[in-house]
Design a binder for this molecule. Structure first.
Ligand code: OYQ
Ligand code: ZN
Length: 261
């Protein structure tokens, strides 16, 4: 019998209609974080987070997730330290979640999925003139990942949840101000860090990932509120915004470092 040449085509993911792995990609995200394979790095500094709630601008549904965007025209909401060599400005934060609580996060820890994951997206405004340029550079972006687990109601998240009905459809936006996203970040300083990529197109390999070890707790109603959003615009046949996470990507030649023993 003839042996079928193993022509592994890049699988297409229904949500993004683009290759799951970038051809030639060596640092794609998300990945599974194998706790015992992570390497403690004593030279990692604590992450310093300084957000100004008055930089918060609006919430919008971009058809992949809902984003809260910030005024990044000055160094008013920034992070510095941790694995970073420069100060990075907060541009937006958004979430990824599942149709049910058994999955939804993009990263996994020892192959465990969380029901959702928060991404706070920052860009290197010291070295690059704009977010759009930083997106194309190896050290252009820094994304803090925070896992969400089912538990107590999160009061800080509730102000966001209350605004979601107003951005139910793709390309809807509402003004949203005076929100400090540091209320969504666990106080425990422990994190993992690795070199990765955006998890939606353009999938550029420009992200220093900082994944918090501790999750935050949210309740079932708050997760359900995420699932009432739609991928589709007003007037289109409704498709619920769920399972908006990218499949796990190969670790390849990377080490995940931990800030803790
Ligand atoms: C020209 C490109 C454009 C400007 C990029 C727009 C953008 O912000 N994309 C983005 C941001 C974060 C993530 S994630 N999920 O945190 O890895 C995925 C995609
Ligand atoms: Zn994301």
């Amino acid at each position: 019998a003839c042996s079928r040449k193993n022509t592994r085509k890049a699988a297409l993911h229904p949500l993004w209609q683009s290759p799951l792995t970038i051809p030639g990609g060596t640092r794609q995200s998300p990945i599974n974080i194998q706790w015992r394979d992570s390497v403690y790095d004593p030279f990692l500094k604590p992450l310093k987070i300084s957000y100004d709630p008055t930089t918060c601008l609006h919430i919008w549904n971009n058809g992949y997730s809902f984003l809260v965007e910030f005024d990044d025209s000055a160094d008013r909401s920034t992070i510095v330290g941790g694995p970073l060599e420069n100060k990075y400005r907060l541009k937006q934060f958004h979430f990824h979640w599942g149709a049910i609580n058994d999955w939804g996060s993009e990263h996994t820890v020892d192959s465990k999925f969380y029901p959702a994951e928060l991404h706070l997206v920052h860009w290197n405004a010291v070295e690059y003139p704009s977010f759009e340029e930083a997106v194309m550079e190896g050290n252009g972006l820094a994304v803090i990942g925070v896992f969400l687990k089912l538990g107590a109601r999160h009061e800080g998240l509730q102000t966001l949840v209350d605004a979601l009905p107003a951005v139910r459809h793709k390309d809807t936006v509402i003004e949203f101000d005076d929100f400090d996203p540091s209320c969504l970040i666990p106080s425990c300083p422990d994190y993992w860090t690795y070199a990765g990529s955006l998890t939606t197109p353009p999938l550029t390999e420009s992200v220093t990932w900082i994944i918090k070890k501790k999750p935050i707790e949210v309740d079932e109603d708050q997760l359900e509120a995420f699932r009432t959003l739609l991928f589709t615009s007003d007037g289109e046949e409704e498709r619920r915004m769920v399972d908006n996470f990218r499949p796990l990507q190969p670790l390849m030649n990377r080490t995940v470092r931990s800030s803790f023993r």
